[in-house]
Structure formats: structure tokens, C-alpha cells
Write a protein that binds this ligand. Structure first.
Ligand SMILES: *Cc1c(COP(=O)(O)O)cnc(C)c1O
Length: 464
């Protein structure tokens, strides 16, 4: 399998090069030259596999330049850090199913992809004799998943900027209590936007970037998408086994469009009619819902909600879907993205709007509905949802079709968002073991000024 850019500007490259490239060098996003498919016989064999063995089969369709034994080993190590034997178990909750994606080390779904990506980076750097300094800014969640993805890894240092005292206490502790020698937490005296601007400016300095072999770990890396395709298929197999139906719908709490794009790839991969509806659930930041329902893709201003990992206006993975919407026409995709860069909006023909509505259903969920969903699911089923998951459940229940099972993706453990949960059900969610006593563990964090020079100096001194 080889990879090309959504904007058509690079010659096909193998998977390992695509992983190291991250963003395509022509400014586009990397995609396989064709999306793989499997038949019913293959699916029948897959039903008997563990999560890890299924992951091996699925990833092998996309990765042809890592030897099979090495790939299998990378997968085993990536999911050994999860605290559930099924890795991503599916549980029944009343009229729907919950796909629990939060059993990884930081209790959020990003671990599924970032544990794998960290291991792939280390493997490739070891093999090719390279090194990498990962630099990123976080508003909370991605930073800790990225840190856990590469802690203690050889040939990799990681520098994560977070706004000093502006992330939740649990999020701060999840990052700063990782004291491996290759992990550097930088608390900047400023906002998340300041952090992002600093990171962007440093990446734009090509000489500095090359000298320190700077790498990014954001959601546009293809390895993250492909690792997420696995759990859609795993959930499809479990639920279709259980209810004896072949069509399953999914509801996905969406921010950067990475997770739901993985669902799109999974639907193309399985035999037609296996995955039915993909419900794109948004919070009050409803850009993508307006896109699906009205064909209007225009950037608004970000509002803060109780599901902060979805407080996003421009969805960084959207371009991947656009490429398929435009029938794999890279020129049209490039022109559309260039025009979007200038005007902040995209318009779609009637025919394309019809296609979008075939591909997705969508619903935007208000703050009130989110809290009410947490409350009612707890009251009716004794199950505690985190606010991101609640957005997906509310939209999923609204779009449910008679007789078709609805799987709602649960993207975070409720204890990570205790305040919102307490508001809904009156008590704090139960603390999982990994978070107990976090505040008593040794921590390491550098507080620095929010300017480019201070961060550059720090990287100069500590880069590998
Ligand atoms: C990142 C994140 C999301 C959104 O996922 P995307 O791939 O960006 O659409 C949803 N919920 C939680 C808890 C997250 O951390």
C-alpha cells in the first residue's frame, strides 16, 4: 500500500515514510492510493480474533513495509498498557451500546492511536538511526496522551506546552507526573492560543526545525487514523455477534473529524451494508453539523463547553473527507482548500450535499442536553457518561433507526471531567485507580514566559 496527498503534490510513498512525513509536504493530508476492502469470508475469520490479532489483520491491509513479526510486536506492546483485556469493550446501555475507548493510560480514546504511533516512531528511528524532538501545544487532553505515547522511548524527546494553571488539575497532574528523562512539560504564562502560536512559529523556522529534527504528533498523522479504524470493526463484530444483525450504526462525538473519518474508512473496508449510519455529533461548536445538514462550511468563533476536546471550529482532518467527496480529485481539493484559506468558507452543489447526507447524519447537542443526557443515563441505567460521550449518545439516540443497533463511542472516562458530571448527577464519578493519589506523586514542570525565544532556548538546551 502506498500513500498520496489530497492535494496531488507528492509521488506515492510507503506507510513508514507517510508516518514520518505527518503533514504532506505539499500542504495536503496523506491517504492510501486506494481504500482496501474485505469480503464476508474474511469477516467470518475476523470474528474469532482478539483485539490485537484483529488490529494486526486490519493494519496489514494498510502497511506493507513493516515486517509482519515486527508489526505484530508493535501492536502487542501498544495495547499492553491498557487495563481491559478486550482493549475497547462494548457494553449495553438501554437502547444503545457504548464502545468504551478509555481504558488506556490517560483514560481517553486518543491513547488507542498515540500508544501505537509512539511505538512506530521509536521503531523507525531505531531502524534508520534517527532522532526526533516532538513539540506540541495542548489545552489538556492530547498532551497527556502524546506524553504517555513516547515516555521512556529511545531517540525521542517530547516538549509539551500547556497554559500555566489553565488546564484542569487532573489534566495538569497527568502530564507533570510523568518524570521520564525524555519528557519536558512547559507551563507557559499565557493561553492555549499563545502556546499554539509559539509552536507554529518555531515549526516555520525551517533551519531550527531541521537542526533539531522537530516532529509533530497532531491528529493529521495517518497512523492515528488507521489505528482507530480497528475499533469500529471490533465493535461491529461484537455487536453483530450479540444481536445477530448485520447492519450497525455508530455515533461519534466529533472535533477534528479524525475519529469519524476512521469510521468512514471502516465502512468502506467492510462489505457493503455492515456499517450503516455514521452519526456526526457536535457540541455547540456546530460547524460540521451545519456542513452536513445545510451544506454550509463556514468558520465561526469557538465557544467553551463542558466537552472541551470538541471545542473546535476548523476540523483538521476534514480535507481527507473532502477528497472523497470530490471523487478523489486532488486538483479540486487543493483549489477548495486554498479558497477556504482565504475566505473561511466553502459552498457545495446540490448533488454534493445529497452525497454528504448519504455519508453522514449529524446533530448538534446543546449544553443543557449534554447535562440532561448524563443525568438520565445515570438515572435509568446506572451508567455514568463523560460530557463528550454524552454528546454522542444524545445525537445517537435521536438518529436511531428501528431495529438497527446504535453503537455510541465513549471517548473519555467520566472522572476526567468530574465537574460536569457532578453538575448532572450530584456526585463526583468514581476515581479509577490510575488517578488515585496522583497529587502525591513526584512531578516535573518548567514554568516559562509565553514567548518564542524562551521556548527555543529551552529546546536548544534539552533536545536529543
Ligand atoms: C479528541 C477528542 C474528541 C474528538 O475527536 P476528533 O478525532 O478530534 O473528532 C472527542 N472526545 C474526546 C474526549 C477527545 O479527546
Amino acid at each position: 500500500m502506498e500513500y498520496i496527498s489530497t492535494r496531488g503534490g507528492i509521488a506515492p510513498i510507503p506507510f513508514t515514510e507517510a508516518v514520518m512525513m505527518g503533514l504532506a509536504t505539499d500542504g495536503g493530508l496523506l491517504l492510501p492510493t486506494r481504500l482496501p476492502t474485505v469480503d464476508q469470508e474474511t469477516v467470518a475469520v475476523w470474528r474469532r480474533l482478539s483485539y490485537q490479532d484483529l488490529a494486526f489483520e486490519v493494519l496489514s491491509l494498510f502497511i506493507s513495509d513493516i515486517p509482519p513479526t515486527d508489526l505484530h510486536d508493535l501492536i502487542l506492546r501498544s495495547y499492553a498498557t491498557f487495563n481491559h483485556p478486550e482493549i475497547t469493550p462494548v457494553v449495553r446501555m438501554g437502547d444503545c451500546h457504548i464502545l468504551e475507548l478509555f481504558h488506556g493510560p490517560t483514560l481517553a480514546f486518543k491513547d488507542v492511536a498515540l500508544q501505537f504511533l509512539g511505538n512506530v516512531f521509536e521503531y523507525l528511528l531505531k531502524k534508520n538511526g534517527g532522532r526526533m524532538n516532538i513539540l506540541g501545544a495542548t489545552s489538556g487532553d492530547t498532551g497527556s496522551a502524546a506524553i504517555y505515547g513516547v515516555r521512556g522511548k529511545e531517540r525521542i524527546n517530547i516538549f509539551i506546552l500547556h497554559p500555566f494553571k489553565r488546564v484542569s488539575p487532573i489534566q495538569e497532574l497527568q502530564m507533570t507526573t510523568v518524570i521520564d528523562a525524555n519528557v519536558f512539560n512547559l507551563a507557559i504564562r499565557g493561553t492555549f492560543d499563545d502556546g499554539q502560536a509559539i509552536v507554529k512559529s518555531i515549526f516555520n523556522d525551517i533551519v531550527f526545525k531541521n537542526h533539531h529534527q522537530l516532529g509533530a504528533i497532531n491528529s493529521i498523522n495517518w497512523a492515528r487514523i488507521v489505528a482507530q479504524v480497528v475499533y469500529y470493526i471490533y465493535a461491529f463484530l461484537r455487536v453483530s455477534d450479540e444481536v445477530g444483525r448485520s447492519v450497525i450504526d455508530f455515533s461519534v462525538p466529533t472535533g477534528n473529524f479524525g475519529d469519524i473519518f476512521a469510521g468512514f474508512v471502516a465502512r468502506r473496508l467492510l462489505p457493503e451494508g455492515s456499517i450503516g449510519q455514521l452519526v456526526l455529533a457536535t457540541n455547540e461548536n456546530n460547524l460540521l453539523t451545519r456542513f452536513v445538514n445545510q451544506g454550509d462550511y463556514s468558520v465561526g468563533t469557538v465557544v467553551q463547553t463542558s466537552s472541551p476536546s470538541m471545542d473546535i471550529q476548523v476540523a483538521s482532518n476534514f480535507e481527507r473527507y473532502l477528497y472523497y467527496l470530490y471523487n478523489e480529485d486532488a486538483d479540486q481539493t487543493r483549489q477548495a482548500m486554498e479558497s477556504f484559506g482565504k475566505s473561511g468558507r466553502l459552498a457545495f452543489s446540490r448533488a454534493l450535499q445529497v452525497q454528504v447526507k448519504k455519508d453522514f447524519r449529524s446533530r448538534s447537542v446543546s449544553e443543557g442536553e449534554t447535562i440532561e443526557t448524563i443525568r438520565s443515563c445515570h438515572a435509568k441505567h446506572g451508567y455514568v457518561l463523560d460530557p463528550h460521550t454524552a454528546v454522542g449518545v444524545c445525537a445517537g439516540l435521536a438518529c436511531r433507526q428501528v431495529g438497527v443497533p446504535m453503537v455510541c463511542l465513549s471517548t473519555a472516562h467520566p472522572a476526567k471531567f468530574g465537574a460536569a458530571v457532578q453538575q448532572a448527577i450530584g456526585v463526583q464519578p468514581q476515581m479509577p485507580e490510575t488517578l488515585v493519589g496522583l497529587e502525591r506523586r513526584p512531578a516535573r514542570c518548567e514554568v516559562i514566559d509565553a514567548n518564542v525565544a524562551a521556548v527555543r532556548d529551552f529546546i536548544e538546551k534539552h533536545s536529543i
